[in-house]
Design a protein around this ligand. Structure first.
Ligand code: CMP
Length: 139
């Protein structure tokens, strides 16, 4: 079934100029980019995006990091896009990420882990609408 998922290329990856290399891995996997933009979030915007994690001990550090520089947000489309993108990203902690995954190749640690992807159908809908309106997506 065709799905859409939200991808964020995080500040650590944008800063190291590997945005293009990550997008190439996404496109080589066959996922189609149907919306994309570069933004620099405020602390409040990052806190809003990660609101489900607000009780976690890493929330303040995570939201500081996510507004420390620009990110590239995109909407990816394809059959089973949510699971396929999660597989392509690899484990949250790069120490546990498989060979051939984005995080194995680019992530620095569990926080500076280069990419984010939605973890389910409902989350994807909420996350996509956090950054994009209908007019900003093709198809
Ligand atoms: P992400 O997929 O963006 O979702 C939540 C983020 O919290 C996660 O990736 C990590 O970058 C970040 N994070 C920071 N510390 C931890 C931790 N100890 N466990 C899980 N996630 C963490």
């Amino acid at each position: 079934m065709s799905e859409r998922t939200l991808s964020i290329i995080k500040p650590d990856a944008v800063e190291r100029n590997v945005t293009g290399a990550i997008l190439k891995m996404i496109q080589d996997e066959g996922l189609k980019v149907v919306a994309m933009k570069m933004i620099h979030m405020t602390k409040e915007q990052a806190q809003g995006f990660y609101a489900v994690h607000r009780e976690r001990p890493f929330f303040d550090s995570l939201t500081d990091f996510m507004c420390s520089g620009p990110v590239v947000v995109s909407v990816l489309e394809g059959d089973g896009a949510i699971a396929r993108y999660r597989k392509l990203m690899g484990a949250t902690n790069p120490e546990n990420a498989d060979e051939g995954t984005i995080r194995k190749q680019f992530a620095l640690d569990v926080e500076k882990n280069s990419v984010h992807g939605s973890d389910g159908v409902e989350t994807a809908a909420v996350e996509i609408s956090y950054f994009f309106n209908r007019l900003e997506m093709v198809g």
